[in-house]
Each structure stands twice: as structure tokens, then as C-alpha cells.
Design a protein around this ligand. Structure first.
Ligand SMILES: [Zn+2]
Length: 384
């Protein structure tokens, strides 16, 4: 495992290499950027470089430390996420839902663990994933550790939303920015490694916004086919906005169903599901409500992604996500029908729907409202 394995994150890799070359590696990092662009991948490789017995510019790949890292059993590498609550010493913590990264988990698996001597004697590296899920009290409890960890202790916090991490936490870490991956890179991976057809791969890559793991998740959930259905549904929104809303909701249900099948088929990959939560008996069953929520979010982001293609066409550019002639024709029709202003209004309706669902609004009403707002301006009340 080498730092250079992580493609297209040149800024992040350069920051780490510069720190290593200058022998001035900060004790706390915050890797910040979208999901699925290589944050965790780079964190593991950096950890290996720090733990390696014969490091040069990179880890040697040949020593015992490197072998242990490669097989995922190095005792001084600590991966911390909300799933760890299952292994907490307190049964009550184990029984809790793992939505947050709680103070109990941070205390046992980070704050107390940093005080122990490294088992192999070189260093200890902690990677805290989804750091934005740390509760405020967990973050406050961690401040002292971030500020003054024992010697040769490194903490790497990974987050998709650094703005959700407390400023006091952020300021104690060196922030390393990660950007979205180029579409061409994602397309290549989807076609070569997942056997996805080129047009579908382009569609998925664009709709996933440069996030490889999201794109792979889309591929597993057969999202490309859903996106094409969604495009057809959009053309009907003017005639029957309520039917459009209902259709979008049904697509979300279809995506959820496919996700459950995929999870059952490949239980090992469930940990990649952003909303996935292991159940209490240690199995990998994803909770049904989480899957439904994630699927509704996916379907809304698809509507948004397709509308951005419509906007491009309405502004005189070519579409980026859709490439099959039949789909391009639909996008062109929508661009004519909606006009630039109409697309912007529809995009606003999508973000309103996203916000409403985030606040647990009634799902049926949210999708009805999406249809109505997409189809045209709200009817003006006539004064009597
Ligand atoms: Zn080594």
C-alpha cells in the first residue's frame, strides 16, 4: 500500500509527503472532502508509512509492520467509527443505535487507548471516520487528546462535512482538503471493474458528483436504469404533477428494494453503506428505515443531477450525464419546456424537498410538493 495508490488527490498527498520529508508530521489531521474520494484509503496508507520499520518516501511494503497493516491486524493501527459501539464494555452502549459517534465510544477507543504504550513500540495511529458524527460532548472530551497526544501518537479525523465539526476541534487539526474525482476516472473504474456499459457509467459518474464509492453504490443499486425512468417521468410532470411525485417516490422504493437485495448478497460490503447500521446481534442487516431514507435522498439527487443537465442544454451547452440519443432528446424537450428559469425553479424545489425530508416531513406531501413546484409556478390567488 503506497500513498500514490490514491489517485487524483495530489494536494492531499503533497501535504503528507512534505510533512514526512520535513519530519514535521502534525499529531492531528482532519481529512476533509466528499464521500468516496479516497480519504480513508489515504489515511490507511499514511498510517502504514508512520508504522513501517524501514520507511523511505513511502512504507517499505516488506517489513513485519507492513505485512500486519496489509492484513488489517496491526495492533497500533486503530480504526474508530460509530460501529465500534458493538464492542463497548458497557452493554447499554452496545444496545444503542449507532447514529452518532458517542462520547462513550470516543472515550474507550480513543482517549483511553492513546494512553497505552504502542504494542509494537513505534507509534500509534488512530483514524476516526465520519468525524462529523461525533457528538459535541465527544468532541469536547477529545480536545485535550488532539492538542497534546502522547509522543508518537497520530490522529486522523475524516469528514465529509468539516463545517459540522466544532471549530475547536478543527483548529486543533491540520486540515487536508480532498476534492471530487474526475468523471473520466470513475467511468473507467465502473466499466473496467464493474462491467458497466459506457453510457450508464457516464450517467452514474456525473450523477454521483465525483464520488467513487457513491458511484459504485449507484451501480449496485441499478441507478442508471432508474435515472432514465426518472427522465421519462419528468416529461409528464406538466400534465400530472401529482403522478410525477408518486412516480418519484416509487422509484425511491425500487432503489431501496434493490439495495436490500444487494446487501443480502454481499454482506461484507454493507459497511460502505453510508446510512447502514449493523443490528444488535452483530449481523449486517441494514435497518429498513435507513435504507428508505437513503434511497429517497438518492432519488432526489438524481432528479437534481438530471435537471442540471437540462439547465446546461437550456444555456446552450451539451448535456454531461446523459449521452444516449433518445435520452438527449428528452433533455432537449425538457429544456425547451422549462426554460432556464423553470429549471432553476425545479432545482430549488429539489433542494426544498431534500431539506424537508431531512426534517422528517411527511414523505407523500414532500413528493407532491416537488411535482407541483417543478411543473410550474404556484397558482396566484385571485382577489375577490
Ligand atoms: Zn514496512
Amino acid at each position: 500500500m503506497q500513498l500514490s495508490d490514491v489517485a487524483h488527490q495530489d494536494t492531499a498527498r503533497r501535504r503528507l509527503r512534505d510533512a514526512l520529508a520535513a519530519c514535521r508530521v502534525p499529531h492531528a489531521y482532519l481529512f476533509a472532502g466528499p464521500d468516496g474520494v479516497g480519504k480513508r484509503m489515504l489515511a490507511v496508507r499514511f498510517a502504514q508509512r508512520l508504522l513501517c520499520a524501514n520507511p523511505a518516501q513511502d512504507a517499505c511494503g516488506a517489513c513485519e509492520e507492513c505485512a500486519m497493516m496489509a492484513s488489517g491486524v496491526h495492533p497500533d493501527y486503530h480504526y474508530v467509527d460509530r460501529g465500534l459501539k458493538k464492542f463497548h464494555r458497557d452493554k447499554r452502549v452496545q444496545a444503542r443505535a449507532a447514529i452518532k459517534l458517542s462520547i462513550d465510544v470516543i472515550r474507550q477507543f480513543v482517549i483511553e487507548a492513546v494512553l497505552l504504550r504502542p504494542v509494537r513500540g513505534r507509534a500509534k495511529v488512530f483514524v476516526i471516520d465520519e468525524a462529523e458524527r461525533m457528538s459535541p460532548d465527544a468532541q469536547n472530551a477529545l480536545l485535550k487528546t488532539l492538542e497534546e497526544p502522547p509522543p508518537d501518537t497520530y490522529l486522523i479525523l475524516c469528514t465529509r462535512s468539516p463545517e459540522q465539526v466544532l471549530p475547536t476541534t478543527r483548529s486543533r487539526c491540520q486540515v487536508v482538503p480532498f476534492g471530487p474525482l474526475p468523471s473520466e476516472f470513475i467511468i473507467e473504474r465502473l466499466t473496467n471493474e464493474h462491467g458497466i456499459d459506457a453510457a450508464d457509467a457516464r450517467l452514474i459518474a456525473e450523477l454521483a458528483g465525483g464520488q467513487l464509492s457513491v458511484a459504485v453504490q449507484y451501480a449496485e443499486r441499478e441507478v442508471a436504469a432508474r435515472a432514465v425512468e426518472l427522465l421519462r417521468l419528468l416529461t409528464g410532470v406538466f400534465d400530472d404533477p401529482i403522478a410525477f411525485g408518486k412516480g418519484v417516490r416509487e422509484l425511491a422504493e425500487a432503489i431501496a428494494k434493490r439495495a436490500k437485495e444487494a446487501a443480502r448478497a454481499e454482506t461484507d460490503d454493507v459497511e460502505d453503506d453510508v446510512e447502514g447500521d449493523a443490528d444488535e446481534d452483530g449481523g449486517h442487516e441494514i435497518s429498513a428505515s435507513d435504507t428508505a431514507r437513503t434511497s429517497r435522498r438518492i432519488v432526489l439527487s438524481l432528479v437534481g443531477g438530471l435537471l442540471r443537465d437540462v439547465l446546461r442544454v437550456a444555456c446552450g451547452d451539451g448535456p454531461r450525464a446523459v449521452s444516449r440519443p433518445a435520452d438527449v432528446a428528452v433533455v432537449e424537450t425538457l429544456a425547451r419546456r422549462l426554460g432556464r428559469r423553470g429549471v432553476v425553479r425545479a432545482l430549488r424545489a429539489v433542494s426544498d424537498a431534500e431539506a424537508a425530508l431531512e426534517q422528517n416531513a411527511n414523505v407523500g406531501l414532500v413528493f407532491d410538493a416537488l411535482g407541483l413546484a417543478t411543473s410550474g409556478p404556484a397558482p396566484v390567488a385571485v382577489a375577490r
